[in-house]
Design a protein around this ligand. Sequence first.
Ligand code: SF4
Length: 350
Amino acid sequence: MRKTHCVKVGNILIGGDAPVSVQTMIKVQTSHTEEVIKQIKKIQCAGGEIVRLAVLNKDDVFSLKKIKKRVSIPLVADIHYNYTLGIESIEAGVDKIRVNPSNIPESGMKKIIKKAIEKKIPVRLGLNSGSIKIKRTGLVASIIDSALDSIKLCEDMGFFDIVISLKTPYVDDTISAYRAVSERCDYPLHLGITEAGSGYYGFAKNAIGIGILLYEGIGNTIRVSLTDSPEIEVECACAILQALGLRRFQPEIISCPVCGRCQVPLDRIVSRFKKKIIAFSKKNPDMKNLKIAIMGCSVNGPGEAKQADIGIAGGKDRFALFVKGNIIGTYPLKQIEKEFFSRIKEMTNG
Ligand code: SF4
């Protein structure tokens, strides 16, 4: 991972040697305190580590104070247009503030930075293609220039606890912008493809954009952006980090796509086992390091099952069970689930 400055957001470090953190945004009005707290609980359960809340008015600031007292997750106030709400949010106790330098005047930015210095919290300079002034040089050059100007403003005030984001809805432009800025400064980067849409296409855009940058060692915290619930965003973010081998949130489950050679109901078995494995691993954190294979037939089944910590490979209405590379036995469909989970329990002292 590219070496960066490190900032502290509540109890989470961003940058330096810290693992890439997962964040998301609350999708109800911040003034609806109880609904926000409900969302935060779901986000934490899904693996979210930092939560951002939109602050549009004084009611939101008032609610921030109440939320802060009742949750343990670090809170980030999201500020556009009105710098006084930024100052009030910092006073309300948020752990970080996100400002959009494109829609806050320089004098307001300076006041927010002064307050952040006083309260010792970091600031994210959150540039976004939808709100920057696009010059003749084009979108990517404009967003890079805006970021560098905002960084200079902070540095001129002696403030270095900065996180940068340069989001666009386009994978190629976003990657170009982050690559360029990562070469010109060593501040931690918050990655995201903004307004990526929904469903498979939205996830693909997030995974490709964020994934390519992370694979190049660029990026310190990520937010998956989807027109969906915050916990789905968090689950997708965790999946991206795990697929890249950067974090482990749950056991690595390998299952085959099924084809005409399969003589067991593998799709049903995978979805049933997966649910149980994930629920079990939430109670047994040791289990997240396991590699588990659930395979349809003898073509690749025994090979993958042997390479996993525990694996099953389908035959004719039966499964062979492998533990740590050794075959333990073959079991009919009715029996395999019990055998499989009792071995997992033994392996994890569950
Ligand atoms: S493991 Fe067997 S059933 Fe599964 S996809 Fe490969 S050949 Fe088909």
